[in-house]
Design a protein around this ligand. Structure first.
Ligand SMILES: *Cc1c(COP(=O)(O)O)cnc(C)c1O
Ligand SMILES: [Zn+2]
Length: 408
C-alpha cells in the first residue's frame, strides 16, 4: 500500500498529487506531504523501527519515498547526550544535547533533509539538483549529489564562510556566489526553478525536504527511551526544523509509541541581529516583519523566513517561547559547550546554547525538567568569528626545559 496520499495545502487544504511542487495554486500557501496514517499504523512499532538501520532511515515508514532511499544512506541517528557538565554550569539538572554536529556526510542536520530531497529527486526522474543555501545545505547537496551521481548547481550568498565554500567545491558542484544576502539568493532560485528542470531541494522539492527534519524529533523521543522531553530549544533559519521536530514526536505519539504525554514546549532561538521569528513571539505578533540579517550565525541568517509564521505558531501553541542572543553571547556559548561537553558547534549552535542559558535564567525552562538543546552544525565550518577569541598556542622548543619554562 502506498503510504503517501499526496500533497495538501497547509492553509486551504486543497489537495494535489505527489509531484515536485511546493505552493498552492489557489492561495499560495505551502504544500505538505499527506500520509496514510491509519495504514502506516497497522504495522509500525518500536520493534520495526529498532530493526531498521542505525540511520534516519529507520523512520522510512514516515518519510515520503515510494521506494528505498538512494541518497544520504548514512544520515541521522546522531548521538543524544546527557549534558551533565553544561547542566551544572547552567544550574539545570536534566539537560541533553542532540548532536547533529556529527551528522553524516557533511556534519549538519541538513544531511537529513537532503537525503530525502535527493532520493525523491531521483524518484521524480531528475538528473540535476540544486539549492539556495545559507551554507550547510550547500555542503550536503553537493556531497550527496556526488554520491548519487546527480549534477548539482548551488546558489549561495557571496559572503559565505570559506570552509563552507571549500566544502562544496570539493565535490565538483557548480557554485554560484550571488551578490546579496540569502533572501536575494532565494528569490533568484525560485525564478531559476520555474525555468529549468532541476530538482531544487528547498524550492520545488520543499515539502519532501522538510519531512527529513521530522527524524530529528523521532530520534530524540526514541533515544530518551520512547518519551517526549518537556522542552526543546531549536534554532530558526527558514523556520521549518522547529515545526518538523514537533511533528515527528506527534507522529510517534499518535501511533501510541511514546510512554507518557506529548507536552513538549518548543522554543525558537535566533541571533538578535536576525530575529524576525523571536521578535514576533516576544511582541505577540503573528506577522513576520522581514529584516536585513547581519550576524555571524550565517546558517540561520534568513530575514524573511519561508516558514516563519509556522515557527511562531509552534512556539506559541506548545506553550514555549522565543529568545535571541547577541554576537558576543553566541561566541561565549560556543566556548561554553566546547569546554563542558567537548562539542564544537558552529555559530547556530552558539545561538541555541546561548538562548537555552537565557531561558533557564529567566525561569521559563524549569531547572529539573527534561530539556533538549538542538545542536545542528559543526564548529569547524565557522572558525572565522571565534578564532581570535579562544586564546593562543604556546610556542616552545622541542625540549623539556623549554616546556617547563613556558608552563611554570
Ligand atoms: C538550516 C539550518 C538551521 C535552520 O533550519 P530551518 O529549517 O531553515 O529553520 C539551523 N541550524 C543550522 C546549522 C542550519 O544549517
Ligand atoms: Zn491553498
Amino acid at each position: 500500500m502506498p503510504k503517501v496520499l499526496g500533497l495538501k495545502c497547509k492553509e486551504c487544504a486543497e489537495e494535489y498529487p505527489t509531484s515536485p511542487i511546493h505552493v498552492c495554486e489557489y492561495c499560495f500557501g505551502p504544500l505538505e506531504v499527506q500520509y496514510d496514517y491509519p495504514e502506516i499504523g497497522k504495522t509500525i512499532s518500536r520493534e520495526t523501527i529498532q530493526a531498521g538501520p542505525p540511520s534516519m532511515w529507520r523512520y522510512h515508514d514516515l518519510l515520503p519515498l515510494d521506494g528505498e532511499p538512494t541518497a544520504g544512506l548514512q544520515a541521522g541517528y546522531t548521538p543524544l547526550i546527557r549534558a551533565e557538565r553544561l547542566g551544572e554550569l547552567l544550574g539545570h539538572k536534566d539537560l541533553w544535547i542532540k548532536n547533529d554536529a556529527v551528522n553524516c556526510p557533511t556534519m549538519s542536520f541538513k544531511d537529513r533533509v537532503v537525503a530525502v530531497a535527493l532520493s525523491k529527486a531521483k524518484e521524480f526522474g531528475y538528473d540535476t539538483v540544486a539549492c539556495a543555501s545559507t551554507g550547510n545545505l550547500t555542503n550536503s547537496v553537493a556531497a550527496q549529489a556526488a554520491q548519487a551521481g546527480l549534477k548539482a548547481f548551488i546558489f549561495i550568498p557571496d559572503n559565505l564562510e570559506r570552509s563552507k565554500v571549500v566544502g562544496t567545491l570539493v565535490y565538483g558542484a557548480t557554485v554560484l556566489a550571488v551578490q546579496g544576502v540569502y533572501d536575494d539568493v532565494n528569490r533568484l532560485a525560485s525564478e531559476v526553478a520555474g525555468k529549468y528542470k532541476w530538482g531544487f531541494a528547498n524550492v520545488n522539492l520543499r515539502p519532501f525536504y522538510g519531512d527529513g527534519s521530522k527524524t530529528f524529533g523521532h530520534e530524540i523521543a526514541e533515544q530518551l527511551g520512547w518519551r517526549a522531553p518537556q522542552h526543546i530549544v531549536s534554532p530558526i533559519g527558514g523556520g521549518s526544523l522547529i515545526t518538523k521536530i514537533w511533528k515527528g514526536m506527534w507522529e510517534l505519539h499518535q501511533f501510541g509509541l511514546l510512554d507518557g504525554p506529548l507536552d513538549t514546549k518548543m522554543y525558537a532561538a535566533q541571533a538578535t541581529n536576525c530575529n524576525p521569528v523571536t521578535l514576533a513571539i516576544k511582541t505577540n505578533n503573528d506577522m513576520i516583519r522581514p529584516q536585513r540579517p547581519n550576524t555571524i550565525a550565517k546558517s540561520i541568517a534568513i530575514g524573511n523566513p519561508a516558514d516563519g509564521y509556522y515557527a511562531v505558531q509552534a512556539a506559541k501553541k506548545t506553550g514555549g517561547w522565543g529568545e535571541d542572543v547577541s554576537e558576543e553571547e553566541i561566541i561565549e556559548a560556543i566556548k561554553m559547550l566546547a569546554s563542558t561537553e567537548g562539542i564544537f558547534t558552529e555559530t547556530a549552535g552558539g545561538v541555541t546554547v546561548g538562548v537555552a542559558k537565557k531561558l533557564i535564567e529567566q525561569g521559563r525552562i524549569p531547572r529539573d525538567e527534561t530539556t533538549v538543546i538542538a545542536i545542528t552544525g559543526n564548529g569547524l565550518k565557522t572558525i572565522e568569528p571565534i578564532e581570535d577569541c579562544i586564546g593562543e598556542t604556546v610556542p616552545i622548543q622541542a625540549s623539556l626545559a623549554s616546556l617547563e619554562e613556558a608552563l611554570f
